[in-house]
Ligand binder design. Structure first.
Ligand code: GTP
Length: 370
């Protein structure tokens, strides 16, 4: 079976992490997010994948090529300008030959696709949508079902008075090729806000597939951090690079970790990192390739991308530091803050309250101070 992954969005909510790279390439436990999606597809013998791309397409193509290195066959459906989730699927029509699966490219899930596809066939559905329960459905697209699990209606971001179910659109669909006839060519169109409600109104056999599988949308920084937390704490299953060095510490080759560094896992460290004496790390944490953590620094539930340099006595807590950034001595970065790529944060600064630092920023010593 073929799958289309929709990866053309700009990922505005995840900025500044997505200023230089598209959201599907953002690293999750030291490998691009999309590779985790491929892992789940391969588990269900879906090896033929079409990427519907638009924003920063070369980034994705350069890394994945024809998919051979990743054990899949990849083709690309490129949009000149964004066509929306429906238009993007229509744009891939020439590459499709039978029943296919569509995924939003920012969903991490261990949904049982094999059983969802079997359910779709058994119901003789034209479309089947995966549904996941959430505590607060008011921020999502809610999907109401009838007792036979047929979709009754879609309600986008309902007020609490209108909430009748906690099941939301999980961004995964099984579709029959006939559905493509309902989508106009070269026209902006959204599946969830245009095509799907119209299909329900026209009486097309459209079923919901509720599931309690792990599910998260990494569309914003808090959920990006949460996914790391959940993977490292064993709530979400994922494969990541590195060998287990101790109970819950994984490292790649070339790391120099001082024996007097105090490390409490879970922790994943990439290649060629240096962790100096007196460093304290409290997991869950991820440290990318070629990072240097100087004497006395503290890293607490944080994520460092590649080639980050942390100065002496610096504290990074519950925050993300992008590629090639240099953080001076005795600086605090806490509370879901983000320092994006190639930034220079001087010594003695205090960045907190979810502050977002854009790529290439320079903050002088003691500019945002205690
Ligand atoms: P935000 O800008 O933060 O809303 O992110 P987004 O647009 O990247 O993601 P959103 O949650 O709105 O979209 C869900 C999925 O559909 C994401 O994986 C997007 O990459 C993808 N997507 C959204 N719009 C398009 C589009 O016009 N074309 C393609 N190919 N994919 C799209």
């Amino acid at each position: 079976m073929q799958a289309i992954i929709l990866v053309g969005g700009e990922g505005l909510r995840l900025r500044p992490l997505t200023c230089n790279i598209p959201k599907p390439m953002v690293p999750v436990v030291n490998k691009p997010f999309l590779e985790h999606m491929f892992d789940n597809l391969k588990k269900h013998n879906i090896n033929e994948i079409i990427l519907a791309i638009c924003y920063l397409p070369d980034h994705i193509k350069r890394h994945f090529g024809d998919g051979g290195d990743f054990g899949i066959t990849l083709t690309y459906a490129v949009e000149k300008s964004p066509l929306g989730t429906g238009g993007a699927v229509k744009n891939a029509e020439g590459l499709l030959d039978d029943t296919f699966v569509v995924f939003n490219g920012d969903i991490f899930t261990d949904l049982d696709l094999t059983s969802m596809i079997a359910y779709h066939k058994e119901k003789k559905a034209k479309a089947t949508i995966a549904l996941t329960p959430v505590e607060d459905p008011t921020a999502y697209g809610v999907v109401e079902l009838n007792p036979q699990s047929k979709v009754k209606c879609f309600i986008e971001k309902p007020s609490w008075e209108r909430v009748t179910t906690n099941l939301i659109n999980a961004g995964t669909y099984v579709l029959e090729p006939e559905v493509l006839d309902l989508i106009p060519s070269d026209t902006y169109c959204m599946l969830e806000r245009g095509l799907f409600p119209d299909m329900v109104e026209q009486g097309v056999p459209f079923y919901g597939y509720p599931s309690n599988a792990y599910w998260i949308d990494i569309g914003n920084p808090a959920d990006y951090l949460k996914l790391h937390h959940d993977i490292l704490m064993g709530k979400a299953m994922a494969r990541f690079p590195g060998k287990s060095m101790a109970d819950d510490i994984w490292t790649e080759s070339g790391c120099n970790i001082h024996p007097a560094a105090k490390i409490i896992g879970p922790l994943v460290i990439g290649r060629d990192c240096t962790i100096e004496k007196g460093v304290r790390i409290s997991g869950p944490c991820v440290i990318g390739d070629k990072c240097i953590v100087r004497h006395g620094a503290t890293i607490d539930e944080a994520i460092l991308w590649q080639n980050v340099k942390l100065g002496k006595d610096t504290t990074i807590r519950n925050s993300v530091i992008g590629n090639n950034s240099v953080i001076g001595d005795s600086t605090w970065i806490t509370d879901s803050s983000i320092v994006s790529d190639d930034s220079r944060i001087g010594s003695g600064n205090k960045l907190e309250h979810g502050i977002r630092i854009w790529p290439g920023s320079i903050i002088e010593d003691n500019a945002i101070s205690f």
